[in-house]
Design a protein around this ligand. Structure first.
Ligand SMILES: NC(=O)c1ccc[n+]([C@@H]2O[C@H](COP(=O)([O-])OP(=O)(O)OC[C@H]3O[C@@H](n4cnc5c(N)ncnc54)[C@H](OP(=O)(O)O)[C@@H]3O)[C@@H](O)[C@H]2O)c1
Length: 362
């Protein structure tokens, strides 16, 4: 702890250190009921916290929230009744919704919560001074948080509060993290800026950018040399999960000891040739764009662009030979799973009830 009673950056906070008392007799309004909103709201409710959901008029998510046993109100109506207002909206619309429907209705002592630091780190939302404002960022995707919590587990997380929040905001953040299932594996104290920038960096350079491009390039190389597309998909994409599972369970060194000697030698000697100093320089450049705010400005200006926005780019990717090979294989393997488990259609039913971007990693 520092002089003000806040945990020093890097401190691990676990369930045994934390009481739910700061949330007792308080009402939380979860604004937005997508992947993360649903996970937070359902887990809060299971933790015994009074929870409301705030949605815009005509929201399709309202019926899902009601089916989950939650009370749904308009955004402003939920904000007026809440002691803690958690913004679980797409990052690109958060500031606009905050200005129009949240800020004017906040109770004077109400706290603001976030699951990602984007709006605060890039100054898109500026809560007034002394407004308690915290971040509980689960290190994983929303549906995974909900499922892990229901099974008695949780996800690790990152916690932060803004510099001019009252000191007791840390206790509120920790209680909130416990209630949504982010303390079972321990949560690390950080800042909004570091959570946001490291998260953007990881998803762009590794998880949703670098790795995907590596898969595409490796797949295209094999196919252009006459290898069968399905064979190429197995080698360059499908088996990635096996390696990731080994790394998750045993670490990089433990993974090396569990694969063949041929694979270990080949990987250790060829990997550094694929990712060489020129790649490192470009990775540094991507971090520069994130730190300077250039990426955030580009995203906000372009995300809905019909030519360069997310939907247009994703549609082009979905038409790629790799995506087509993946769909063919998934159809075949899903038929196998269904025949084996007898769980006919269960996953699809869950997807309809949940959100549309269930597969987004974060
Ligand atoms: N997705 C993840 O797994 C994940 C992981 C880590 C952190 N996060 C963070 O969690 C936050 C929420 O992300 P998310 O992926 O859960 O968002 P999302 O699924 O895209 O959020 C959809 C929800 O936001 C509502 N919404 C969208 N535009 C709106 C508007 N203009 N006015 C009012 N409501 C609007 C939608 O309402 P309708 O029902 O009316 O469409 C829906 O309920 C973000 O800060 C994100 O970075 C997400």
């Amino acid at each position: 702890m520092d002089a003000a009673g806040a945990p020093i950056k890097g401190t691990i906070i676990t369930e045994k250190d934390v009481s739910l008392a700061p949330l007792a007799d308080r009402t939380v309004a979860v604004i937005g009921y997508g992947t993360m909103g649903r996970a937070h709201a359902v887990n809060l409710r299971r933790s015994g916290i009074a929870t409301l959901v705030g949605l815009r008029p005509g929201s399709a998510a309202a019926r899902v929230a009601v089916a989950d046993g939650l009370t749904v109100l308009g955004v402003s109506e939920a904000v007026v009744r809440a002691d803690v207002v958690v913004l679980l909206l797409p990052d690109q619309v958060m500031a606009e919704v905050y200005t129009a429907a949240i800020a004017p209705h906040l109770r004077p002592d109400a706290a603001l919560g976030f699951a990602h630091g984007f709006a605060i780190a890039f100054d898109l939302i500026r809560p007034e001074s002394r407004r308690p404002c915290f971040l509980v960022a689960p290190k994983g995707q929303g549906d995974m948080l909900r499922e892990a919590f229901a099974a008695g587990g949780g996800l690790p997380g990152l916690l932060a509060v803004t510099d001019d929040s009252p000191p007791q905001t840390w206790q509120l953040a920790a209680a909130y993290a416990r209630a949504v299932g982010c303390l079972r594996g321990g949560a690390t104290a950080t800042t909004f800026r570091h959570e946001c920038l490291s998260d953007l960096f990881g998803e762009q350079v590794v998880l949703c950018g670098g790795v995907i491009e590596l898969l595409q390039t490796a797949f295209d190389t094999l196919v252009s040399r006459g290898y069968d597309a399905e064979n190429a998909y197995f080698e360059c994409v499908y088996e990635l999960k096996l390696i990731v599972d080994l790394i998750q369970r045993y670490g990089i060194d433990g993974m090396r000891g569990r694969i063949s000697g041929t694979a270990a030698y080949g990987g250790l000697t060829r990997g550094p040739r694929v990712i060489d100093a020129s790649v490192r320089a470009r990775i540094e450049g991507i971090l520069d764009e994130i730190e300077s705010g250039a990426f955030a400005r580009e995203f906000l200006a372009r995300y809905a662009d019909t030519e360069h926005g997310t939907a247009a780019l994703a549609a082009r990717e979905a038409a790629s030979p790799l995506a087509q090979a993946g769909r063919r294989l998934q159809d075949r393997l899903r038929a196998l799973d269904t025949a084996g488990s007898g769980a006919d259609g269960a996953d699809e039913a869950e997807d309809v009830a949940g959100s549309s971007d269930a597969a987004r990693p974060d």
